[in-house]
Design a protein around this ligand. Structure first.
Ligand code: MGD
Ligand code: MGD
Ligand code: SF4
Ligand code: MO
Length: 750
């Protein structure tokens, strides 16, 4: 028996796990997984998914060898055959139709995969295509844009300092189910409860009375997709009543007058009937926010995946600024990440800022952001003939058929591709279309550092996990597979050594560090640093480099006792650098060197919101989503312990709507929209507000060719068949997944 310590890669909380193994080396088996009580951040917290890394590891449906399509069927193949197929099929497409004809879709787990983040980027560079899509545009892109415009970096997103706040106003988030998002904090429930235990207050705005809402001090059901109006009225009230107080930020902000001007007509009385929250309540919440010593406004996916998602994301931070709560303990603060953050590199306090819309998508003219196109236009870019049409697709850890709007159109479009390559661990609804699938290693067989999400943590922590188990026979390391494909795309052939890519990657990083006058290794010799990194290769060498050149790093000898990979390996429970500390102005990378409170694209977008003030609201039903603690987007449904029990893919309908529509518990409802219709079992519950129905996403596993036996037996329906790719937030191109108009009726039976 032995115990291994590792952080969980499944969601943003990144809990520490204590894994007990038995057996002789090479034939070890996981006995048990529980929360690591010594973890500096999670202190033993774990959710029901964390322990199922064992079941995931042992899942007989999980892929161990590449699959190649032969005679129309995906069949096991050697790595060499698979790489050969990629070379033979993809290169001619690139030559004949150009590099943009090959698209990439990056799924959510890519963000938690060390190799995916580092070498996936290398692969995209090698491909040289502008047709890049990701799950970010069905998720947080509006927040990345608003933060990028205000603070200068798309990941310079302030996080709620939940451990020290007295007042949390939370919109469109349900951390009781999701464990928190864009605010990395293991045990959100415990931390949120602690706010109230120390006499503070938590106010939740959500069309559903979620578990989070239930546990909060106050819950206000808000009509879906109206958060931007509500937030406008809060800002309006603060200005109108002389409650704006920037406290320490007075000299760090520009654009305050512009904000005051554009919010003028959004009074509480004007927006109240739109949001279904009365004017008096809006005023009271504004007063409470202004009156609390330490307050913070936080919004998550309910506020980003809606029609005015970028405005809502912006207004949340406007509120944090004008109540003087930004960059202040107990308010909204910036993480000072140990590794990888662009806001800890280069000249502090000023930068180029963020530009969006530098190019448009071919068919519909939707705007680029952060080098990507909105995923709501992926299907049309494949199925619309003409110059620049997408002919091939590479997916990495994604399942867009289930996770993006109008799944059936995308599903059909994928069939039309000349070639599709997927990096995945399953044959699922998306990868069933692939010509080649390259398996990723089990989470237990790879190292882990959550490079992205530790940049948004509510404490400054560093935590590296080594692989717990060796790769199975015949498996390759993730980074080697990505590097191989990068080499093929570069035309260097399938026999080229992945070490070439690895050496080039670390070389480029070292080069840019020594030329950065703000780096601790500025002016030093690249080869000397390379020698100091020693014999390590792959992600571990890169992590060591990042740790050592980061804000807590040893600076390759410049700072004794500073952070290195070795230090992290000596501290498997993580290293805690303490609570967040103020970072303004150093964290900023805006052209003005200030917080830009009224960036032009956002101010311009207010006109669109103003026009919607007078929109007729027809009283029809609107659809919102729902997350469940035991689910993880579309892909933990093959783990029996998580899916067994009462089916969870049901439509929540309020009792008054159920009566009016002729629906009862257990009956089948038909939900229809422009893009399609689905029949789904009904749960009658007053958890959801009248006029709103709720359905989880990530289900619908009963498609032919899917090789996930447990998921297929618990199939559910794909909610994104009724999500419309023509509904998106115009500024960011992000999909609208909440507040969709749908028709609900009893399904015709028999
Ligand atoms: N209607 C509606 N739609 C939504 C949402 C919603 O709230 N409502 N939420 C959206 C959000 S926030 C997101 S992030 C997206 C997610 O959308 P996607 O990222 O497209 O979908 P996932 O379900 O996360 O799919 C992850 C895939 O990665 C694979 N995978 C897991 N681990 C590994 C690994 O280690 N290596 C490799 N190679 N593959 C791996 C899984 O098998 C699975 O196929 O869905 C979005 N879609
Ligand atoms: N168990 C579990 N955990 C997960 C995931 C999962 O699928 N399952 N997915 C992970 C991912 S990829 C992400 S991005 C995060 C997301 O993390 P969260 O943002 O916390 O996600 P949700 O639990 O979907 O909470 C969103 C809430 O917004 C509400 N809502 C819907 N429309 C509106 C609206 O118009 N206004 C307001 N104010 N609220 C609205 C919904 O009712 C819902 O309760 O979760 C992560 N964690
Ligand atoms: S909350 Fe659950 S899924 Fe998320 S990191 Fe912790 S154990 Fe893993
Ligand atoms: Mo997400």
């Amino acid at each position: 028996m032995r115990t291994a310590i590792r952080s969980c890669p499944l969601c943003e909380a990144g809990c520490g796990l204590e894994i007990t193994l038995k057996g002789s080396p090479g034939a070890e088996e996981v006995v048990r997984i529980r929360g690591d009580r010594e973890d500096v951040f999670s202190h033993g917290f774990i959710c029901p998914k964390g322990s199922t890394l064992k079941q995931l590891h042992e899942d007989p449906d999980r892929l161990h060898t590449p699959l190649v399509r032969r005679d129309g069927k995906l069949q096991p193949a050697t790595w060499d055959e698979a790489f050969g197929e990629i070379e033979a099929r993809l290169l001619p497409i690139m030559e004949q139709h150009g590099r943009d004809a090959v698209a990439v879709y990056l799924g959510n787990p890519t963000v938690h995969l060390l190799a995916g983040l580092v070498y996936g980027r290398v692969l995209i560079k090698a491909l040289g295509s502008n047709s890049i899509f990701s799950a970010s545009t069905v998720d947080q892109r509006p927040k990345e844009i608003s933060a990028g415009l205000m603070f200068g970096g798309s990941l310079t997103i302030p996080v709620p300092d939940i451990d020290r706040t007295d007042y949390l106003l939370m919109l469109g988030a349900n951390p009781w189910a999701s464990n928190g998002s864009l605010a990395t904090a293991p045990d959100w429930p415990g931390r949120m409860t602690a706010i109230m235990e120390r006499g503070g207050k938590v106010v939740v705005l959500d069309p559903r009375r979620t578990r989070t809402a239930e546990e909060a001090s106050e819950h206000h059901p808000i009509r879906p997709a109206t958060d931007a109006f509500f937030l406008m009225a809060l800002v309006n009230t603060l200005f109108a009543e002389g409650l704006v107080d920037l406290r320490d930020l007075t000299d760090s902000v520009i654009g305050l007058d512009d904000v005051e001007r554009v919010v003028a007509d959004f009074t509480p009385e004007r927006v109240a009937p739109i949001c279904a929250i009365d004017a008096e309540t809006i005023r009271r919440l504004a007063h409470e926010l202004a009156g609390a010593e330490r307050a913070v406004v936080y919004g998550r996916i309910g506020t980003t995946t809606q029609e005015f998602g970028t405005l809502a994301s912006w207004l949340i931070d406007v509120l944090n600024v004008i109540t003087g709560n930004l960059d202040r303990p107990g308010g909204a603060m910036f993480t000072r990440a140990a590794l990888g953050a662009s806001n800890t590199r280069g000249a502090p306090g000023v930068g180029r800022g963020l530009r969006i819309g530098r190019r448009q998508s071919r068919v519909r003219g939707l705007p680029e952001s952060l080098g990507e196109l909105p995923v709501v236009c992926l299907a049309e870019e494949i199925d619309t003939p003409g110059d620049g049409q997408i002919r091939a697709l590479i997916t990495h850890a994604g399942n867009p058929v289930l996770s993006t709007p109008n799944g059936s159109r995308l599903d059909a479009a994928l069939e039309k591709l000349d070639f599709m390559l997927s990096f995945d661990i399953y044959v699922n609804e998306t990868t069933r279309h692939a010509d080649v699938i390259l398996p990723g290693a089990s989470p237990l067989a790879k190292g882990h550092y959550d490079l992205a999400l530790l940049q948004l943590a509510v404490r400054n922590v560093a935590n590296y996990s080594s692989p717990v188990l060796p790769l199975a026979d015949g498996e390759l390391e993730d980074w080697q597979v990505l590097a191989k494909v990068a080499l093929i795309l570069q035309g260097m052939g399938r026999d080229a050594d992945p070490a070439i890519v690895d050496d080039l990657t670390i070389g480029t990083l070292l080069q840019s560090a020594v030329s950065d006058e703000h780096s601790p290794v500025h002016g030093r010799d690249v080869n000397e640093l390379l020698a100091e990194l020693g014999p390590r290769t792959g992600p571990e060498r890169i992590i060591d480099f990042m740790a050592r050149t980061g804000p807590y790093g040893d600076g390759f000898g410049a700072r004794e006792g500073g952070l290195t990979l070795d230090l992290m390996l000596e501290n498997p429970h993580g290293i805690d650098f303490g609570p967040l500390e103020p970072r303004i102005p150093e964290v900023l990378r805006t052209p003005s060197g200030k917080i830009e409170l009224a960036p032009e694209p956002l101010v311009a977008d207010v006109g669109r919101l103003r026009n919607a003030l007078d929109r007729e609201r027809n009283g029809g039903m609107v659809l919102v989503g729902r997350r469940d603690l035991r689910s993880n987007n579309s892909w933990m449904h093959n783990v029996n312990v998580l899916v067994k029990g009462k089916p969870r893919c049901t439509l929540h309908v309020h009792p008054t709507d159920a009566t009016r529509l002729g629906l009862c518990a257990g009956s089948l409802a038909r939900v229809s929209a422009r893009t399609g219709q689905i029949d789904v079992p009904v749960d009658v519950t007053d958890e959801v507000m009248p006029g709103v129905v709720s359905l989880p996403h990530g289900w619908g596993h009963d498609l032919p060719g899917v090789a996930m036996s447990v998921a297929a037996a618990n199939a559910g329906v794909n909610s994104n068949l009724v999500a419309d790719e023509e509904c998106y937030d115009a500024l960011s191109g992000n999909a609208v997944l909440n507040g969709l108009s749908v028709t609900v009726a009893p399904a015709a039976t028999g």
